[in-house]
Design a protein around this ligand. Structure first.
Ligand code: HEC
Length: 156
């Protein structure tokens, strides 16, 4: 009995590493820029882009785009509904540098692997069970990500 369980486990792990190898072999989608986290931060702006705080604010408030208000309270008084699942983001620019905010928005799972906050700019090659339309895409573009960072650093 024990042997059977072990064989099953080995078969699974073999399949999993095969899938991982295949994912790593796939070419990165043209528009995706690799990023490197160091010391809980991503120092360099994604793709070297400059963000706009105005666009970032609009994106955060838009329930069809960033949808940050679904989980966070933010100083965006014209929107009635603010969720409370995540921490309030007022003052986040005083708590963290731009580099630290960038990693949290790109992939909060690097800080807390169990978080429910979606990784908004994770390597699409690491995704699994993705609907065909979303395959190879990040949730937000690098420009949108930098716009959000540019906005969040102003929340002091
Ligand atoms: C599904 C809910 C959800 C959504 C949507 C969401 N977040 Fe979060 N976020 C969280 C949670 C929960 C945390 C706390 C991290 C944890 O789980 O440990 C968090 C943490 C953060 C942090 C770190 C805050 C701190 O004080 O440590 C930032 C910055 C942040 N989110 C920004 C955003 C932005 C910008 C958006 C929209 C693009 C967004 N989040 C969308 C749930 C969400």
């Amino acid at each position: 009995m024990m042997h059977l369980a072990r064989i099953r486990w080995l078969a699974w792990s073999g399949l999993l590493s095969l899938a991982a190898a295949r994912a790593a072999d796939a070419p990165a989608p043209e528009s995706y820029c690799d990023w490197l986290a160091h010391d809980y931060a991503i120092e360099s702006p994604l793709c070297g882009l400059q963000g706009s705080p105005q666009r970032g604010r609009a994106l955060a408030a838009d329930s069809h785009a960033g949808n940050c208000l679904a989980c966070h309270q933010m100083p965006i008084p014209e929107e009635a509904f603010h969720g409370t699942i995540g921490p309030p983001l007022a003052g986040v620019g005083a708590r963290y540098s731009a580099a630290r905010i960038r990693l949290r928005v790109v992939d909060e799972r690097q800080i807390n692997p169990l978080t429910i906050m979606p990784g908004l700019y994770r390597d699409p090659r690491l995704a699994n069970r993705v609907a065909a339309d979303y395959w190879g895409k990040t949730f937000l573009t690098a420009q949108q990500l930098e716009d959000l960072v540019a906005y969040l650093v102003t929340l002091k």
